[in-house]
Design a protein around this ligand. Sequence first.
Ligand SMILES: Nc1ncnc2c1ncn2[C@@H]1O[C@H](COP(=O)(O)OP(=O)(O)O)[C@@H](O)[C@H]1O
Ligand SMILES: [Mg+2]
Length: 244
Amino acid sequence: MSLIQVTNLVAGYGAGAPILRDVDLSLQQGQIGVIAGPNGAGKSTLLKAIFGLLHIHSGDITHNDQSIIQLRADQLVQQGLAFVPQEFNVFDSMSVEENLQMGAFIRSDDLSDSIDQVYQYFPPLMEKRKQPAGQLSGGQRQMVAMGRALMSNPSLLLLDEPTAGLSPLFMEKIFERIIAVNKSGVTVLMVEQHARQALEIADIGFILVTGKNAYTDSGDALLHDDEVAKAFLGGVSTATYPQT
Ligand SMILES: Nc1ncnc2c1ncn2[C@@H]1O[C@H](COP(=O)(O)OP(=O)(O)O)[C@@H](O)[C@H]1O
Ligand SMILES: [Mg+2]
């Protein structure tokens, strides 16, 4: 059984022409899934559709085999989904810790254990916890955004370009943290521009082009596919030039 499954999805913004024109995606519990593809392909739109923010023309999205296309984002949070959008994903004027508390708006229990766990995932946030999130570096702000999402105890974390604008060093750190979160039992579905690096940590990859699936395969198989490498990974596949 898939944790999340998208079938023949046609969806868009309001009454306009659909952006997603027939998308399929399936992710098992415990996996890391990566959505890649050129700018404007509909990657962010797909995450927003899963999170209940789009107009669905046809097709279905199921979570634990139940259709969720009628549900609103707040109801999906109750069901265990959490979403970190591409931009404006932290409250700049609020402290790191206040951002984390905001992420727990659906909970009425004690938050201290969850906050401590976020600091374990993201140690740099601990010493900055009283600082306004707006003063943090890009990488640390991304950590706040992910930490905020984790505060609702999600089983499925949707991440839109968590490494956008970060240096390669910070990118590696964020990927490391995503792996740690995944190892603790959270299924991850993320959009990434750094497709090659992201596919290296992916169980399954979905390459979208103009609102449709172009390639779907294991991360490894996509990395070793010459056509995929040429068109989407900025050159030759790892099969031709093994990376050292
Ligand atoms: N809020 C919106 N309203 C209308 N159209 C949008 C909106 N957001 C994105 N789009 C359009 O949807 C298409 C796909 O965008 P997007 O999903 O953001 O692409 P990607 O994330 O793959 O770069 C683009 O043509 C974009 O202009
Ligand atoms: Mg996008």
